[in-house]
Design a protein around this ligand. Structure first.
Ligand SMILES: [Zn+2]
Ligand SMILES: [Zn+2]
Length: 303
């Protein structure tokens, strides 16, 4: 069977790796620090880029730009209704103008995405599990880049941080979408029974320079992590090989009842998978001994 594989592999693309967070709150909405202090905090943590996404408010001020932290303008917009009556939260990346709707009750999730695209931005469906979104709520939507597969604020807040089932179900329906790990920071310090969100979920983007980061994100040239490092991913004929920092399992996820999991007695640093040809997609998840994960973007397979 001849199989067409669609995959922009960041590991075989020229450029540098840049670490960044796409979903962050400040005192411009319900975050714990001012935009200036948020930017300094991410600088100190060694981040290369950041998107401040306050609720229904665009934070984009020339004075906030720092030489070593590339700032992409953003906003988190809520509206629309899920089947259970909750609203969608949609992260807008790289918009030039604030997007505001007079009546949030009357707009749909698709209208929010369309407005973001009109402003030349990109849309990400934020924390589907936390929002109570079902697969059926997201299935009809078009024009968004992906979903948050991991959100640390949602994990530490109510234990609903991971939306990998939503992602797999959408991929099974041939939706070519990416998975993003974000920290969605509201809390900038540890509290009793609750670690701070900051620095607990990020993406690693391969780009020629910082100004090209947004283009690389649109092409899927990144992987997501809450801990492990993915060191290499190669595709030779029908073999996918992944190399990682020490992890306790490496899983190749594919369409229903397909795929493979490698579980180590202690730790492993690589895994291989032979493509059968009838998977609709294959993506890789690695879990370390502390339960932290890394996620590659999917390889999309077509006949
Ligand atoms: Zn949200
Ligand atoms: Zn948020």
């Amino acid at each position: 069977m001849s199989v067409k594989i669609k995959f922009n592999n960041p590991f075989s693309t020229k450029g540098n790796w840049y670490k960044g967070n796409l979903h962050t709150h400040t005192t411009n909405s319900d975050g714990g620090l001012s935009p200036e202090d948020v930017i300094s905090s991410y600088c100190r943590k060694g981040y290369d880029f950041l998107v401040i996404t306050d609720h229904n408010k665009l934070t984009d001020d020339e004075n906030l730009r720092k030489e070593n932290l590339y700032l992409i303008p953003g906003e988190e917009i809520d509206g629309g209704k899920s089947a259970v009556g909750t609203s969608f939260h949609i992260v807008a990346l790289n918009i030039k103008k604030e997007i505001l709707f007079a009546n949030k009750e009357e707009i749909t999730a698709q209208e929010i995405i369309d407005r973001i695209k009109e402003e030349k931005g990109e849309a990400i469906i934020a924390h589907p599990y936390w929002s109570g979104l079902t697969f059926a709520d997201i299935l009809p939507l078009k024009g968004y880049l992906g979903i948050e597969v991991f959100n640390s604020d949602c994990l530490y807040g109510i234990g609903k941080g991971e939306s990998s089932v939503h992602w797999d179900n959408l991929l099974t329906e041939n939706k070519e979408i990416f998975g993003f790990a974000v920290d969605d920071t509201h809390h900038y310090s540890d509290q009793e029974y609750r670690p701070m969100d900051m620095g607990k979920g990020w993406i690693m983007v391969k780009a020629l320079n910082k100004k090209a980061i947004m283009d690389s994100i649109k092409k899927g040239l990144f992987y997501s992590s809450s801990g492990p490092i993915i060191k290499n991913l190669s595709l030779k004929e029908k073999t996918i090989k992944v190399e990682t920092s020490p992890v306790s399992s490496i899983t190749f996820l594919a369409s229903p009842a397909k795929g493979k999991r490698l579980t180590a007695p202690s730790t492993i640093i690589q895994g291989e998978y032979e493509i059968k040809g009838n998977e609709k997609y294959i993506r890789i998840e690695c879990v370390d001994i502390q339960g932290r994960k890394a996620w590659t973007n999917p390889l999309f397979l077509g006949a």
